[in-house]
Design a protein around this ligand. Structure first.
Ligand SMILES: [Zn+2]
Length: 325
C-alpha cells in the first residue's frame, strides 16, 4: 500500500481513449458537453471542449466534481483590468471568463496544432498557447470545490484570498505539463515550462505556499501536484490552512505530532505568506520542534507557543463578491 500512497492517481481517464483535441471529430467534441460557453469564438467547438476538459482535469486531479457551469470567452472586461481571466460563483454555479488575450492564444493554438507540429512552433507561439491553457486551469481551480452547496460557496467567499490565488496557481503550475500531454499529445518541455512558471501569477503567494505544501510531501513533483490539488480543490475552503499545517506535522512530526504545534503553524501561515516579520523564524522553530519530537527529543512546547510573532489583527482579504483574477 506504500506504493499506492506515494503514487497519486493520474488525472486522466475520460480523455485517455480519445485522440488529441485537435484531431477529434465534431461528434467527439460535442459528446458529453455540460459547460455552456458564450461569447465571440464560442462557435469554435474545440475551444469550448478544451475549456470543459481543463475544468474536468482539475476536478479529477483533486478527486472532486466539476463546479463550472458557464464560461465567457473573449471577455474584454478582463483585458481592461489587466487580467488573463476572471472567476466567481453565480449562486452555487461556477462561472469564469477568459480574456481576449487568452481566448486568442487558445483559438490560434488549436488551429496551428492542426497544421504545424509543436516542435516547429516558435517559443512565442508556444508561450501564448501555454498561457491560454494555464488561464483555463487557474480559473477552473477557483470554481472547483469539495462541494457546491450554498454553505460550501459561502466558505469559499470567506476564505483567505492569498491562499485561494496561491493554491490555484500552484495546482496550475504542477498540472500544466500533464494536461498539455493528455489533451494535445504535446510535451511542453523544460524550457517552455520554466518560462511560463517564471512569470506565473501571484508569484509571492505561490512560492511560499508551494514550499509549505511541499513540506507535507516527499518532495516529488507528483506528490506536490497531488497535495496542491487536494488542498486547493478538495479541502473545504475554511480548512486549507489547517490542511497545509497538518501535512507538515505528519511529514516532520509523525503520527504523534503535537496538535498544538500544528495549530500554531496554521496560525502563522497567513503572516508568512504575507511576508510579516518574525513569521519565517517562528515557522522554522516549529518545524524543527516537530523533527525533535519525532526523534524522541524533549521540546518546550509552552516556550515555543509563547515565542510567536504578533498576529496581525487585520482580517484577511477574502474572496468576497468581485470575480477573482
Ligand atoms: Zn486567480
Amino acid at each position: 500500500m506504500q506504493m499506492l500512497a506515494a503514487t497519486p492517481p493520474t488525472p486522466s481517464s475520460s480523455t485517455a481513449a480519445l485522440p488529441p483535441l485537435q484531431d477529434r471529430t465534431p461528434e467527439q467534441l460535442r459528446a458529453g458537453m455540460v459547460v455552456t460557453v458564450r461569447g465571440a469564438g464560442s462557435a469554435d467547438l474545440a475551444a469550448a471542449r478544451l475549456i470543459q476538459d481543463g475544468a474536468q482535469f482539475v476536478a479529477r486531479a483533486a478527486g472532486t466534481t466539476l463546479g463550472l457551469k458557464t464560461v465567457e470567452v473573449n471577455y474584454a472586461a478582463a483585458d481592461r483590468q489587466g487580467a488573463l481571466g476572471l472567476a466567481t460563483f453565480q449562486g452555487t454555479e461556477g462561472w469564469f471568463a477568459l480574456s481576449q488575450r487568452s481566448t486568442t492564444g487558445i483559438l490560434e493554438g488549436i488551429q496551428r496544432l492542426r497544421t504545424t507540429p509543436w516542435a516547429a512552433w516558435s517559443e512565442a507561439e508556444r508561450q501564448a498557447f501555454i498561457q491560454g491553457n494555464e488561464t483555463i486551469l487557474h480559473e477552473a481551480a477557483h470554481v472547483t470545490l469539495d462541494g457546491y452547496s450554498s454553505a460550501d460557496v459561502a466558505k469559499w467567499r470567506g476564505a483567505n484570498r492569498d491562499f485561494e490565488e496561491g493554491l490555484s496557481e500552484v495546482t496550475t503550475m504542477h498540472h500544466i505539463g500533464a494536461f498539455m500531454r493528455d489533451e494535445f499529445g504535446v510535451d511542453i518541455g523544460d524550457t517552455s515550462n520554466r518560462i511560463s512558471q517564471s512569470v506565473s501569477a501571484y508569484t509571492r503567494f505561490t512560492e511560499r505556499i508551494e514550499r509549505m505544501v511541499a513540506m507535507g510531501t516527499d518532495g516529488s513533483e507528483a506528490a506536490i501536484a497531488a497535495a496542491a490539488a487536494r488542498i486547493s480543490d478538495r479541502v473545504p475552503a475554511d480548512r486549507r490552512l489547517e490542511a497545509i499545517a497538518q501535512g507538515i506535522g505528519d511529514a516532520l512530526g509523525g503520527p504523534t505530532a503535537p496538535p498544538e504545534l500544528i495549530a500554531e503553524i496554521a496560525k502563522t501561515l497567513p503572516g508568512f505568506v504575507a511576508e510579516k516579520n518574525g513569521t519565517r523564524t517562528h515557522l522554522m522553530e516549529l518545524q524543527a520542534a516537530l523533527v525533535d519530537h519525532a526523534a524522541g527529543r524533549p521540546i518546550d512546547l509552552a516556550a515555543l507557543l509563547a515565542d510567536g510573532p504578533e498576529i496581525d489583527a487585520t482580517p484577511p482579504r477574502t474572496n468576497g463578491f468581485d470575480p477573482l483574477d
